[in-house]
Ligand binder design. Sequence first.
Ligand code: HEM
Ligand code: HEM
Length: 278
Amino acid sequence: MAMENVKQFVFVLSAAAAVGFVCIVFVLRWVLYFREGLAWDGGAAEFNWHPVLIVTGFIFLQGIAIVVYRLPWTWSCSKLMMKLIHAGLNLLAFVFAVISLVAVFDFHNAAKIPNMYSLHSWVGLSAVILYALQILLGIGVYLIPITPVSIRAAFMPIHVYSGLFIFTSVVATALMGITEKLIFSLKDPAYKNSPPEATFVNVLGILIVIFGALILWIATRTSWKRPSDQVLHTLHTNGGGEANSKVGPTMSQLSGGGDTEAFGDVRRRSSKLDDQVD
Ligand code: HEM
Ligand code: HEM
């Protein structure tokens, strides 16, 4: 990646990390200062684990997991190592999401509130189920060594699309959940009268949207993609010369991106099909 490109990447990544961190601080301040705190007692403090674990795990950790291949300082690590980190972070985000669901179901059952009546819960549970499927398919296709390279390549655009789609749905679900919670719990003064808690948590919602937007921006820049190990090897040993006789399209070309501005000819000439998908 050209130096200018690296600088831009680091700037957007730092902005995303900072906004994500502030989201976590905001959700903690919401439940600890404005609400009932955190506990596992079947009451409101148990419900509060729901937004806290969603924001820290299902939004922040998932966002980091999505962009982890893009970090230029990890490009010297093996692809397998990066796959394990990507899969591990996504798995951790999933565990947070499941515990957050246990908290809200437990709270509803203890308080005799019906389950699964809201649009928020329908979209949310669908996102969690799709996320589990994405993890299972991701492991099956990219971590099990016997899966043929042709299947890995054919599945990649679907994997990337569904990953970004699920992430976006999670952000939308969080906004619905926040709105519901403010309407339910702010009574006197009501949400419509804009008490300090309402304004504070509205800002949290905006910050979540900004975090989502930055992650989606990073994940859709083809010029910030990890070069294949093959290209790095070629650059190191041959000064970028013609080293590889097996020439094939890169993933960005396969998926219609065609953006080779970062590596130009080198990437186009010396990438084997499996470099980008192994
Ligand atoms: C309830 C999922 C984020 C507030 C629920 C339920 C699910 C769910 C499945 C139904 C539980 C039941 O019926 O017993 C999710 C997912 C989220 C998310 C996947 C990921 C973004 C949030 C956030 C808040 C929130 C950030 C903010 C406080 C609520 C509230 C309920 C609830 C108030 C109870 C009312 C209802 O069932 O709609 N959530 N939630 N959720 N969630 Fe979330
Ligand atoms: C790439 C999402 C689980 C393997 C990606 C990308 C996204 C994504 C958005 C594109 C990243 C980029 O363009 O830089 C997800 C989500 C998952 C998940 C949301 C969990 C629900 C997995 C698992 C594996 C895996 C379990 C197994 C190893 C890969 C591979 C790439 C990838 C090999 C290609 C990276 C490259 O461009 O070289 N994933 N993924 N993913 N993912 Fe996943």
